[in-house]
Design a protein around this ligand. Structure first.
Ligand SMILES: C[S@@+](CC[C@H](N)C(=O)[O-])C[C@H]1O[C@@H](n2cnc3c(N)ncnc32)[C@H](O)[C@@H]1O
Length: 196
């Protein structure tokens, strides 16, 4: 039930679609990620080994719940959502490992510092790099690279390849998989640091 009801009894699909209609460039998708895409994201993030995971753009929290399922008991998930209504939905997830923060990914260094976190084992992002201002995208890409632990991973699920272009100067060339069982079909970009 908690998976379907976001808040005040409103179905998560309805909440997500309404926010998409009001903020199309920011939400960028009319429906939340499919379970097939979520499975692919979770596998790419390797969250079962993570002490700290950061999620950028949790939306109504479907991806957040999937990441929490993989996270170990001692792990933490810092989920950063800019939209107040969607942030409220993520905040309703009852899990002590979750910190649901309302704010923008562009403030990632300050947000991590606020909670006493230095480095993330994995950053997972659904925020739309293709529709945001280029300078903002560059800033977020640099912040994500700085936030990663020496063997950390960055996973970004996007319809567009803009994120790969923005991250290349910091993280190199990503591995890319495509999930067709999602609307729209989505690419999953993955960078893995190797102790450097
Ligand atoms: C495509 S939706 C993904 C939602 C959810 N993770 C899913 O897969 O169903 C993108 C989400 O990123 C959020 N977002 C967009 N720009 C953001 C930013 N700068 N910082 C944090 N969240 C942002 C939107 O509000 C939206 O919830």
């Amino acid at each position: 039930m908690a998976d379907r009801q976001a808040r005040n009894g409103m179905d998560v699909q309805t909440l997500f679609f309404r926010q998409f209609l009001q903020h199309p460039m920011q939400v960028a998708s009319a429906v939340p990620s499919s379970r097939f895409l979520m499975r692919r994201i979770v596998a790419a993030a390797a969250g079962e080994q993570a002490g700290l995971m950061v999620e950028l753009g949790p939306g109504t929290g479907g991806t957040t719940r999937a990441l929490l399922e993989a996270l170990p008991a001692h792990g933490r998930l810092l989920a950063i959502e800019v939209n107040p209504d969607l942030h409220r939905a993520v905040s309703s997830i009852a899990d002590e490992r979750l910190i649901a923060h309302r704010g923008s990914a562009c403030d990632l260094p300050a947000i991590m510092a606020r909670y006493g976190f230095e480095r993330a084992d994995a950053v997972v992002s659904g925020i739309p790099f293709s529709t945001m201002d280029r300078a903002l995208g560059e800033r977020i890409a640099a912040a994500v690279a700085d936030a990663l632990a020496p063997d950390g991973r960055f996973v970004a699920y996007q319809a567009s390849a803009r994120v790969a272009e923005l991250c290349q100067p910091h993280l190199g060339v990503p591995r890319v998989d495509t999930e067709l069982l999602n609307f729209p079909p989505m690419r999953v970009f993955r960078w893995e640091r190797t102790g450097g």
